[in-house]
Design a protein. Structure first.
Length: 299
């Protein structure tokens, strides 16, 4: 299963997928189609116990990864950058190596790490670190909001928003309304519980063409890999203009990246979110080979 040349053709790079929590010798059903595609393309599949990983037991989490597997790509559930680093260290003890380093993972996964690179093509944002259960004070939020253009905004943490609770824990109708901003941000922090990542991010609200939906653009080593629908709008597939975005992806310097892009009502294509491709979900109905086939040919 090692990724070594064989008769002049590189052996496909293995995938590390999440195990089924109820049947740990099998792949999590959410990733089963990806496992099947990888195997059909000749790539090995190894399993990681995601629950053990999140519980701080990285060595136990990778116990089913074969020794000496070499470079591999992870495709699975999200984890913090710290947990990802633990995963990488545990794999190295077994002779395996993640193709995406821990530094690359953080750069693509957390907004404060990618925001400066994409600042010209993404909504204006202001960041305040905080711990789970301890939202910023009203005064701190007022100061944070003052760095943004006047008008509406949204709140998220370094990785996720709660747009499913749009009015209660996401949308900020007026960034100058300190009491309302504090109320929504406090609810957001409370709902995130221990899963709050990094702190609070306030972002300027921009109006997008909802009828067109978002596109998820997959990038590998700075080159476009595929364009898919966003998982939230699988029936919509806009065709974005990536002229301004591709050079920024290259500048970010991460191997496997996604950018969620949408067309603003004035016609400009904007980056809504950046993510590490290993933990970015595929929309329903897409053949995983569109992303996996080129991926497993790289080490």
């Amino acid at each position: 299963m090692k990724s070594l040349p064989r008769y002049g053709v590189p052996v496909p790079t293995p995938l590390l997928l999440c195990a089924d929590p109820l049947r740990p010798t099998r792949c999590d059903p959410h990733f089963a189609a990806q496992a099947a595609v990888a195997r059909s393309l000749g790539a090995g599949v190894a399993l990681v116990d995601h629950d053990a990983l999140l519980a701080g037991r990285a060595g136990e989490a990778v116990r089913r990864v074969p020794q000496g597997l070499g470079p591999l790509w992870y495709r699975g559930w999200m984890m913090t950058a710290e947990v990802y680093a633990d995963l990488g260290a545990a794999l190295e003890e077994r002779g395996a190596r993640l193709c995406t380093t821990a530094a690359m993972y953080r750069s693509a996964h957390e907004l404060p790490s990618w925001y400066e690179t994409f600042a010209d093509v993404t909504p204006a944002s202001a960041v305040m670190p905080c711990r789970p259960g301890l939202p910023p004070t009203a005064a701190e939020l007022a100061d944070l909001a003052s760095a943004l253009p006047p008008g509406p905004g949204v709140v998220k943490d370094f990785v996720k928003s709660r747009k499913d609770d749009w009015d209660g824990a996401c949308h900020l109708p007026d960034l100058a309304d300190t009491a309302a901003v504090h109320r929504v941000v406090s609810r957001f922090v409370a709902l995130q519980e221990e899963f709050l990542t990094g702190g609070v991010v306030l972002r300027a609200f921009e109006s997008f063409d909802r009828a067109a939906g978002e596109a998820r653009v997959w990038w590998l080593d700075g080159e476009r890999l595929a364009i898919t629908a966003h998982p939230d709008t699988p029936g919509l597939l806009p065709r974005p203009d990536l002229t301004e975005i591709q050079p920024l992806v290259r500048r970010l310097g991460c191997r496997f990246v996604t950018t969620d892009v949408a067309r603003r009502t004035d016609g400009a294509w904007r980056v809504v979110e950046v993510g590490d491709g290993q933990v970015s979900d595929l929309p329903s109905g897409i053949d995983p080979a569109a992303v996996l086939a080129p991926l497993i040919r790289r080490r």
